[in-house]
Design a protein around this ligand. Structure first.
Ligand code: KIV
Length: 275
C-alpha cells in the first residue's frame, strides 16, 4: 500500500525506487490507466507504476490492434493520467512508428512525451535493434522501460498472439535482447507472454527489474491491463488475467436500473431536486 511522509504527502515512486524494489526483493505492482479518473483510483489504491499503454488503442478507441494510435493521442491520454497521480511512477508507451524510423524522431517523440504530457518515463518495444535508440533517449535524460516477448506493435510480423520464445533459438535471442536493453540503459523491462522458466532466467540474469504479463511468478513485478482485471472487457480470457471484479455486469446492472428509474418516473425523487 501507499506509504506517506510525516506531512502526509506520499513517497513518490521513481525509476530508482523501482530498481531498489528488485534489490530488496519487493515485488513491483504495475497497471495500465488512460484517463484522470482511473489514474486517481489506481494511484489511491497504492499502485507503484502506471503504464499509459498503447493498449489504449484497443480498450479506449476500439481498434483491433495497437498500431493505429498516434503520438498526439498517447500524449493526450498520458497528460490526463499525470494529473490524477501523486505517488505512482507514470510510464508512457511510445506508439508504433514514433521511434522506429530514425533516432532523431525517437528523441523528439520521447521528449514530447516528457515535456507535453508530463510522463516520468517512456516504454518502447524491441530488442537489440532498438538498443542504440534507447541509449540515445536515456542519454537525453529520459528513462526508458523496454518490452520483449510478445510485442503487440509487431503483431503483423508474428501473425499470432500466441506465447513467444518457446523454441530455443528465440529464447536465446530474447536473452541477448534483454542484456542489450540493460546495457543500453533501460531501468526496467516488460516481459510479455513468454514461458515462466525463461522469464525466471532473464530475471535472475538482470540487475534491472522485469515486469511480467503472462510471464510467470518469478518476474520482479506484474502488470495487467486495468480493463481486463476489473472485468470491463468481456470476451478476452487468456490464462494470465486474474479478474478482480466483474464491472461489465455491475455497470450494466447500474445503468439499466437508471434507465428503468427514468422511464418509470422514480428518478429524480423529491429529495433529488430543488424545490
Ligand atoms: O500497452 C500495454 O498495455 C502494454 C502492457 C500489456 C504491458 O504494453
Amino acid at each position: 500500500m501507499s506509504t506517506a511522509k510525516s506531512d502526509g504527502r506520499p513517497d513518490k515512486v521513481t525509476t530508482r525506487t523501482v530498481v531498489d524494489f528488485k534489490r530488496k526483493g519487493e515485488k513491483i505492482s504495475m497497471i495500465t490507466a488512460y484517463d484522470f479518473t482511473m489514474a486517481r483510483i489506481v494511484n489511491y489504491a497504492g499502485i507503484d507504476v502506471i503504464l499509459v499503454g498503447d493498449s489504449a488503442s484497443n480498450v479506449m478507441a476500439g481498434h483491433e490492434t495497437t498500431l493505429p494510435i498516434t503520438l498526439d493521442q498517447m500524449i493526450y491520454h498520458t497528460s490526463c493520467v499525470v494529473r490524477g497521480v501523486d505517488r505512482a511512477l507514470v510510464v508512457a508507451d511510445l506508439p508504433f512508428m514514433s521511434y522506429q524510423v530514425t533516432v532523431k524522431e525517437a528523441l523528439i517523440s520521447a521528449g514530447r512525451m516528457m515535456k507535453d504530457a508530463g510522463a516520468h518515463a517512456v516504454k518502447l518495444e524491441g530488442g537489440a535493434p532498438v538498443a542504440e535508440t534507447i541509449r540515445r533517449i536515456v542519454d537525453a535524460g529520459i528513462p526508458v522501460m523496454g518490452h520483449l516477448g510478445l510485442t503487440p506493435q509487431s503483431i503483423y510480423k508474428f501473425g499470432t498472439y500466441k506465447v513467444r520464445a518457446k523454441e530455443e533459438a528465440e529464447a536465446e535471442q530474447l536473452i541477448n535482447d534483454a542484456l542489450a536493453l540493460q546495457q543500453a540503459g533501460c531501468f526496467a523491462l516488460v516481459l510479455e507472454k513468454i514461458p515462466s522458466g525463461l522469464a525466471r532466467k532473464v530475471t535472475e540474469m538482470l540487475d534491472i527489474p522485469t515486469i511480467g504479463i503472462g510471464a510467470g511468478s518469478a518476474c520482479d513485478g506484474q502488470v495487467l491491463v486495468v480493463h481486463d482485471m476489473l472485468g470491463l472487457t468481456r470476451d478476452f480470457h487468456p490464462r494470465f488475467i486474474r479478474r478482480y471484479a466483474n464491472m461489465f455486469d455491475d455497470m450494466t446492472q447500474a445503468i439499466s436500473t437508471y434507465v428503468q428509474d427514468v422511464k418509470s418516473g422514480d428518478f429524480p425523487s423529491d429529495t433529488e431536486q430543488y424545490n
